[in-house]
Design a protein around this ligand. Sequence first.
Ligand code: NAD
Length: 502
Amino acid sequence: MTLTIDGGALHDSLTTGQKQAFEWLRGRPKQLLIGGKWVDSLSGKTFQTINPATEDTLAEIAEADSADVDRAVKAARQALESPSWSGISPHVRTRYLLKIADLIEEHAEELAMLETLDMGAPVSFTAGRVASAAELFRYYAGWATKIMGTTNPTDAARFVYMLREPMGVCALINAWNVPLVMAATKLAPAMVCGNTAVLKPAEQSPLSTLRLAELIQEAGVPPGVVNVIPGFGATAGAAMAAHLDVDKIAFTGSTAVGRHILQASAGNMKKVTLELGGKSPNIIFPDADLDKAIETAVVAFCRNSGQICSAGTRLFVQESLQDEVTERIVKIASGYKVGSPLAAATQLGPLISEKQMQRVLDYVRSGQEDGATLQLGGARAADVGYFVEPTVFSGVANGMKIAQEEIFGPVLSIIPFKDENDAVLTANDTPYGLAAAVWTRDISRAHRVARALKSGRVWINTYAETDPVMSLGGYKQSGFGREMGAESIEAYTQTKSVLMRL
Ligand code: NAD
């Protein structure tokens, strides 16, 4: 399959909102936001961000390193101690977050286009992610006035109560794959709880986060409350994780880097949350609504070209159904429109980088060497851009590398099972435990299996649906702590017990 990525011709059909993304790219230099000011990095270094669909350079970005991390942490500490943040009524924090949500919606097409250009996901996908980011700010806005302490029962001579207070300065480090949603998932609860933040987007896709930082300024949030410092992991990221004046670190990324973060944070006992990788099972029982289950299974491994932590990459199908389901999956996936992410009809854009593309193709080779049957795809889908075809393997044994390791590409392993017990045991047999799904019309089985799966999220008769109230996080090596929902409020606050003798 060879594709032509004609950004020029498509550009004429863009909306005014989408065109604003291109104007913004041509606008002022892309600097660091520290203490309310846009500044160059102290080293003067910059790095380029690449459009993975065309391999063109999109922008030159100021590159933060440890000296800039120091500046940003100082600014965040100052803002934390300033009455213009720590002294304000919770209602004011609600208003800031609501305003940010409104501004995200006003600039939705621009933000979605920036994300599409920067990380290659089709506009249909990034539009949904921008809507989710606004929703997250709105959801957490309501929490400001509902973060409660307690009064604790004791004897008549004493009064005991508990205060819930911010953690302090929070270092937030994100992966490349859904940048705006990840920024919202961390910033909204951090801010509503009264913390201040230093946020590092991934070096592969910093643009939408930089634009969000401008909107946060426009919402009137005091300087230093949110600092944004693009840069690389080994320099800026590592300095954030080790910094002795950072109180909490929230990280989204690979399990390997998560381990480094945990070690680096030990220096001053930072509070840590880690959202890491996954190898999520999607289990279809024969009594399921097969049409819906099969169609959704394709979306589950192809969305964002498989670059989703909770992608449904292991499809468990009862032995008797394997041939039928495989055939139908292949039929649907082979019809997926791979192409320019700017086109409304595109379903599969490129992977984020050449490195990621090569990594995915290496996994395809390993699947073939291990004896799995390649039913579809398995190759690069264009000469220019990092496109990989939707790829389906059947007859996969759960012990194979393609079934155990996170590929982060559009690659599905179809694994047969004998019965419910076998399905659950095999589904749980990976080092990961981020998400899982079960498809059945038997409600007892649905809940029995949901309970038995070792996973931070379980869907029944759907896949990847989300809501700000639904927490996200990993069992086993998929993470540490939870984000989203009420659990983020706990993750961004600490409690203080007070006892008074009356
Ligand atoms: P990555 O771990 O390579 O990088 C993530 C971030 O960490 C980047 O900002 C990077 O610059 C930074 N980083 C790298 N080395 C560092 C170090 N030594 N110290 C501090 N920071 C460092 O991950 P990635 O390749 O960008 O993203 C893909 C991974 O993210 C996948 O494993 C995916 O499953 C995971 N992910 C998880 C979730 C979730 O919610 N669980 C969501 C999205 C992505």
